[in-house]
Design a protein around this ligand. Structure first.
Ligand code: C5P
Length: 231
């Protein structure tokens, strides 16, 4: 995208991985580094957008790499991420959910450190987290563009792409960036391979597989997003 193709546009990007507290020192989390979301924020900023990065537990060294002018909103848990995204939704031209969101959180969080249980082991009860992306689609403002990510693996029944196509239909997003993680190609690495799923004239469109650095992939995603923005 050109250096001013997103001038005057506000883009909100979630990145990193949420953490669900068990007690003051422990959490359930995931391995997302936040690199993809950071690359997206840089690409959108370079295209002239006003960018807010809602950063879930991203290493401060990675965040310090960001150009000045990008607003960083730090969050930890899924519920905090959801609150931050909805707070920013009304003024946004586009929202990108690149964060890896915990599907479940502990039913209870204790205020003091959990103690060892002896030989009894420990059973954790988890409750389902909200699907933030779904909620954003439900509350879409005007012609707002909403972008999701989908890391999928194939199995005996379906290919990873089939699952991504079904997810695109189900989630109601404008664009779904599909990442085939069958061979552990995404998390924590600088290189990735994606296909961008969208729609044109009521038909689902599936982009060619694109391989490159997370910066290269971000250029593609921002270009696809820019194309969808109207007026
Ligand atoms: O359903 P799945 O988790 O594969 O969907 C991935 C997409 O949905 C990503 O864009 C992710 O940020 C978003 N997501 C979400 N809330 C959840 C789980 C995923 O917004 N609870």
């Amino acid at each position: 995208p050109g250096s001013d193709s997103l001038t005057g546009r506000r883009i909100v990007i979630s990145a990193g991985g949420t953490r669900e507290a068990l007690d003051p020192v422990r959490f359930l989390g995931n391995r997302s580094s936040g690199k993809q979301g950071i690359a997206l924020a840089k690409a959108a900023h370079a295209a002239g957008a006003e960018v807010e990065l809602v950063a879930a537990n991203i290493d401060s060294g990675l965040l310090s790499d960001l150009p000045a002018g990008i607003t960083i909103t730090p969050v930890e848990s899924t519920l905090e991420l959801q609150t931050a995204m909805h707070a920013s939704q009304p003024a946004a031209d586009a929202l990108i959910m690149a964060a890896a969101v915990a599907d479940f959180r502990p039913a209870e969080t204790t205020g003091s450190k959990m103690k060892k249980t002896g030989d009894d082991g420990l059973t954790l009860r988890l409750v389902q987290n909200p699907d933030i992306l779904r909620g954003l689609v439900d509350e879409r403002v005007g012609a707002q563009i909403i972008v999701g990510f989908a890391a999928e693996t194939g199995d005996a029944q379906s290919t990873a792409l089939d699952y991504a196509r079904a997810k695109f239909a189900r989630k109601g997003v404008d664009l779904l960036v599909f990442n085939d993680v069958s061979n552990d190609r995404a998390f924590g690495h600088d290189h990735t391979a994606v296909q961008i799923i969208g729609s044109a004239d009521g038909q689902t469109t599936i982009g060619e597989e694109f391989q490159g650095s997370k910066d290269d992939v971000s250029q593609k995603v921002i270009a696809a997003l820019t194309e969808q923005l109207t007026d």
